[in-house]
Design a protein around this ligand. Structure first.
Ligand SMILES: NC(=O)c1ccc[n+]([C@@H]2O[C@H](COP(=O)([O-])OP(=O)(O)OC[C@H]3O[C@@H](n4cnc5c(N)ncnc54)[C@H](O)[C@@H]3O)[C@@H](O)[C@H]2O)c1
Length: 323
């Protein structure tokens, strides 16, 4: 495979780059370093099969130039934070929808026809179907992030039909693991580093969430791409939920984080059944489809949280890099 990875310096992208290189693929990594870290690519940059190109998804011509010679695109670059969408309504549209259009257009221009897209469980809004299957009734969107990813998915499907692209859409729950730089474990740990005796928790702690370990997420993506399930399908876009067959309540995950760190902070809940507009109180995806394809996660949520904390403890520099 000659892979083009957008968001190559990000949390998931950099782990994917390492895995692709280890599997013998040549990789072009593309990133504008808005949230990505060059340190995450330190190992990749020592390998002759890797080339890093600094560039922005909003520059379609540069994208097409950098992508030339590749046969598969992994499109991970995005504004990956759900929470602040209403503070800057244009950002999700530009970074997640227009950027996805630019990636697809670059592919069409130079004749690359295979793409994996990192979508999200947020596209289900507050679905009443729990666990939520891929074909859940079309939901009400509760975040600009979710809406922008739905639009990105729709563009993939239309390119699949119109230009015979082979498209894979992966709707992730929250991802945990090495190089994790945003999300609830990150926020809690940062607070506890600054003041170990108190922790501010958005909402009332009853929100139920599902998480997946980053290497399990990558295994699932590569497994499905190797099977090539979209190749001979009637519609050449295949959608997979990625998650564990379990969920945790936020207050239980706080207990686990504090026990792992050996801390007993006072918990200050902001109240309400959600932390912010668009914070779905219950995210739990039905993963029967990907499991039927022969994949299952190796780590539980609890194991993923411990690995994440251990990595953050050993890499405190990331807290300064994400201020
Ligand atoms: N982390 C999660 O829990 C999670 C859950 C669901 C979906 N996702 C999706 O997975 C993907 C990767 O997320 P992540 O957690 O690794 O995020 P991340 O912020 O760590 O990585 C995103 C990368 O994309 C780069 N980037 C952003 N905008 C760019 C642009 N315009 N041009 C070029 N590069 C750009 C950033 O610099 C960064 O390296 C995203 O699409 C995100 O929406 C993540």
């Amino acid at each position: 495979m000659k892979a083009f990875v957008t968001g190559a310096a990000g949390f998931i992208g950099s782990n994917l780059v390492d895995r692709l290189l280890a599997g013998g693929s040549a990789v072009v990594g593309w990133d504008n370093f808005s949230t990505g870290q060059e340190r995450f690519l330190a190992r990749a940059l020592t390998q002759p099969q890797f080339r890093l190109v600094r560039g922005d998804n909003l520059d379609g011509d540069a994208l097409a130039r950098a992508m030339a010679g590749c046969d598969t695109v992994f499109h991970l670059a995005a504004n990956a934070d759900v929470r602040f969408g209403t503070d800057h309504p244009r950002k999700d549209l530009e970074q997640n929808t227009v950027a996805t259009f630019n990636v697809l257009e670059a592919m069409r221009t130079i004749g690359v026809k295979r793409i994996a897209f990192s979508s999200t469980g947020s596209v289900y809004g507050e679905s009443t179907a729990i666990p939520t299957p891929e074909d859940a009734p079309f939901p009400v969107q509760t975040s600009l992030y979710g809406a922008s990813k739905v639009a990105g998915e729709a563009l993939l499907a239309a390119y699949g039909e119109g230009f015979e692209f082979e498209c894979y859409v992966f709707r992730f729950v929250s991802i945990l693991g090495e190089r994790y730089t945003h999300g609830h474990v990150f926020d809690f740990y940062r607070q506890l580093l600054e003041h170990p005796d108190s922790l501010r928790v958005l909402g009332d702690g009853t929100q139920r969430k599902s998480y997946l370990y980053v290497q399990d997420c990558i295994d699932a993506i590569l497994h499905v791409m190797n099977l090539g399930t979209a190749r001979d399908a009637k519609h050449r876009t295949q959608v997979y939920n990625l998650g564990t067959p379990e969920y945790v309540q936020v207050s239980d995950s706080i207990r686990q984080i504090c026990a792992t760190l050996g801390l007993k902070p006072r918990l200050d809940y902001t109240g309400g059944d959600r932390g912010w507009t668009g914070d779905n109180p219950f995210i739990f995806l039905d993963t029967k489809k990907i499991q039927a394809a022969g994949w299952k996660p190796r780590l539980t949520i609890a194991e993923g949280i411990v690995r994440t904390l251990r990595w953050l403890e050993a890499n405190r520099w990331v807290f300064d890099s994400r201020r």
